[in-house]
Write a protein that binds this ligand. Structure first.
Ligand SMILES: [Zn+2]
Length: 217
């Protein structure tokens, strides 16, 4: 089963993807993770773009994703997170899958109000030293503003300040709108309310998957 997952920053895409990967025994493919790994293993093309702070062109991104999808681990499917980002990439993906005699079965579009996302992201804290992640709503440190693991001070990422979060949501919405239309026309996009707890969101996704893909492999 080939799933694509969309959702603004902070909506819980990573958690949900991992839960789905577990249930259906398919890999969670995050392009963010792939890029980090490629860079670590010395993909010079990627490194150059990243070092210069340039947007990685479709051609380069596509090639990286194509290689990932051709791996044996994706034989029974995958959950793709962070790709496609443009309709050109969506068409490329369709082409790659077609060659593998596959298709995107379902696009899960995680939806939450801007306010909910701002609330969640501005509650994130990280340890300035060891990097441990906390959340003032869902995963509080034992002692206020102090890391449970190493005792150093917790900090807020610049990215998570309210104004920046609002901008990130806006950029995300603008970027994704054409893709949402693209997959709506194909009748494989489903909006999933991401405001309840992760377990409930997971259950509504399972219902959609079982309804739309009657015989998951
Ligand atoms: Zn720490």
């Amino acid at each position: 089963m080939q799933l694509v997952i969309f959702g603004p920053p902070g909506v819980g895409k990573g958690t949900l993807s991992d839960m789905l990967a577990n249930k259906y025994r398919i890999p969670h493919i995050s392009t963010g993770d792939i890029f980090r790994n490629e860079i670590k293993s010395g993909n010079s093309e990627l490194i150059e773009y990243v070092e210069k702070g340039l947007l990685v062109p479709d051609m380069v991104v596509n090639k990286v994703v194509e290689n990932a999808l051709k791996q044996e681990s994706c034989r029974n499917g995958f959950i793709l997170d962070g790709y496609p980002r443009t309709t050109d990439q969506a068409e490329f993906l369709e082409n790659v899958l077609w060659k593998l005699k596959k298709k995107v079965d379902l696009v899960l579009n995680l939806v939450a109000s801007d306010e909910e996302i701002v609330k969640r992201l501005t509650a994130r804290r990280n340890c300035g030293k060891c990097g441990a992640a906390y959340n003032l709503i869902t995963m509080k440190p034992k002692k206020k503003d102090v890391c449970d693991k190493c005792g150093n001070a917790l900090v807020m990422r610049k990215d998570d300040e309210p104004e920046t979060v609002r901008k990130r949501i806006q950029v995300y919405n603008e970027e994704t709108a054409p893709l949402v239309d693209y997959y709506k026309k194909k009748k494989i996009l489903f909006d999933i309310d991401a405001s309840p707890r992760p377990k409930e969101v997971f259950n509504s996704v399972i219902k959609a998957v079982e309804r739309e893909i009657p015989e998951p492999q």
